[in-house]
Design a protein around this ligand. Structure first.
Ligand SMILES: *[C@@H]1O[C@H](CO)[C@@H](O)[C@H](O)[C@H]1NC(C)=O
Ligand SMILES: *[C@@H]1O[C@H](CO)[C@@H](O)[C@H](O)[C@H]1NC(C)=O
Ligand SMILES: *[C@@H]1O[C@H](CO)[C@@H](O)[C@H](O)[C@H]1NC(C)=O
Ligand SMILES: *[C@@H]1O[C@H](CO)[C@@H](O)[C@H](O)[C@H]1NC(C)=O
Ligand SMILES: *[C@@H]1O[C@H](CO)[C@@H](O)[C@H](O)[C@H]1NC(C)=O
Length: 413
């Protein structure tokens, strides 16, 4: 039997620290949001905490796959959650059950409608913030007529942009999607799709773009070449940024990890985690750890050394999601009758790309080399030097929502 395919394209974006102005999203209607919040505040908090747990479970799966290859990891858990939740709108039976529990939603506490309303609140909130742009889109083949309820929910709750395309023109439809993604991520993700499977009938896509400016910026003149210790046998040259300032830090004795908070000039922070042993940190860490670290942090004067880097990651997530229990959507058992009663649909691919650029001020700032005189004066205060593999997450300060998560093994690849 022929199956039409449904591709789920997930992508996410970038941190670049810049001086440019970037206005994103549209204003939030407070009255509207209050109506939505009324009655669903509990759903929002259940979905939010499910999303956090999902971030760590997904990280561990991606790490297990990446470890053998010594690869960096970087992804946006919220982007994956949103796209899969949008798919679950059209899933039924066991396929729906697997998506729901894979995402960490508890059937006896949350209905699909609760989840949809919670994501509406979260996405509207995200769109009202200056340094963050987040949304979804759905691309539908000209000849394919999905259930109107499905599209309606995607547009209303997931704020989806809707497009009709001709997927039989596989290069043109790939271009259309790539152009959309490119624009939404300000050029950071410019080729999500190589070419389309001409049997595609629909793409669901989610994106997130974040651009933060450090509360205290690094002086490019102090940046100098240094070595990053990938492992016992490998050292690679990096441009090391240096800053002496008061920073919030915490040393977790139990998992032997030093944590540094770098604040953005907004409600966002980057947490950098430098473990004695990476596996100990990766196996142990959880939302509870982040809460504990943030609560227990002390401010003190430090010299910090952070490499400047730009990384790109690309994942095909079929295997990882299958291992997380979301199996049926990829095979003959797929029940996506909520998208279309008349067609048998199956998910062919879930892909994710992400980029991260870290520098003193902006993505295009000129590199500068630090001078020794400065370093001498720096040597009088304690040092925290990220010159070996470390982990990183970007969180919203108040909610501790995790926008991005990753591990930097080698800043040069
Ligand atoms: C929402 O608020 C209105 C007015 O305050 C109230 O009548 C209604 O019952 C609330 N809805 C829910 C679902 O709680
Ligand atoms: C999909 O799930 C619904 C609800 O459980 C069920 O009634 C229907 O028979 C299933 N359809 C397919 C094709 O599996
Ligand atoms: C789901 O929620 C119910 C009721 O609150 C609870 O008894 C159950 O343990 C939860 N299931 C999971 C898997 O967390
Ligand atoms: C589509 O693109 C591929 C490679 O980019 C090319 O080889 C192929 O000829 C193109 N097909 C059409 C119909 O333009
Ligand atoms: C953000 O940075 C500007 C200067 O670049 C400063 O005037 C402003 O107070 C900062 N805002 C916050 C919230 O820190």
């Amino acid at each position: 039997m022929m199956h039409a395919t449904v591709g789920i394209w997930i992508l996410s974006a970038v941190i670049c620290v810049g001086t440019g102005h970037h206005h994103i999203g549209h204003g939030n209607d407070p009255a509207n949001q209050e109506t939505t919040l009324n009655g669903s505040a509990n759903s929002v908090s259940l979905v939010t905490s499910a999303n956090k747990e999902f971030a760590y479970r997904l990280y561990r799966k991606l790490a297990a796959h990446a470890d053998s290859e010594g690869k960096n990891i970087f992804f946006s858990p919220v982007s994956v959650s949103v796209a899969l939740a949008a798919l679950s709108v059209g899933a039924r039976g066991e396929t729906h059950h697997q998506l729901f529990s894979g995402l960490g939603f508890n059937n006896s506490q949350l209905t699909q409608t609760d989840v949809d309303q919670a994501f509406q609140v979260l996405l509207k909130n995200a769109q009202s913030q200056q340094d963050r742009n987040e949304g979804t889109a759905v691309f539908v083949d000209n000849r394919f007529k999905p259930e109107p309820e499905f599209l309606g929910t995607l547009k209303q709750s997931y704020l989806a942009d809707g497009f009709n395309v001709d997927f039989s023109q596989s290069n043109d439809s790939a271009d259309t999607i790539n152009k959309y993604v490119n624009e939404k991520t300000n050029g950071k993700i410019d080729k999500l799709v190589e070419t389309m499977d001409p049997s595609t009938v629909m793409y669901i896509l989610s994106y997130i773009y974040f651009k933060g400016k450090w509360a205290t910026q690094f002086d490019p003149e102090l940046t100098k070449e240094d070595l990053f210790i990938v492992d016992e046998n490998t050292k690679v040259p990096v441009q090391m940024m240096i800053l002496k300032h008061d920073f919030d830090t915490y040393h977790d004795q139990i998992i032997k990890t030093s944590v540094l908070r770098l604040r953005f000039n907004s409600t966002y922070s980057m947490l950098l985690m430098l473990p004695d042993d990476m596996a100990t940190l990766e196996n142990a860490f959880s939302p509870g750890h982040v809460t504990k670290w943030l609560k227990s942090m002390n401010s003190r004067t430090l010299n910090i050394y952070i490499p400047k880097f730009s990384i790109k990651t690309s994942y095909k997530m079929n295997d990882v999601l299958t291992e997380m229990g979301m199996t049926d959507m990829f095979g003959y058992r797929a029940n996506l009758t909520g998208i279309s009663e008349g067609h048998e649909l199956v998910v062919s691919k879930v892909v994710h790309q992400a980029t991260l650029d870290v520098d003193e001020v902006g993505a295009t700032a000129a590199a500068a080399t630090g001078i020794e005189i400065v370093l001498k004066s720096f040597s009088r205060v304690p040092v925290m030097k990220f010159n070996r593999p470390f982990m990183v997450i970007i969180i919203e300060r108040n909610t501790e929502n995790i926008l991005f998560m990753g591990k930097i093994i080698n800043p040069n690849i």
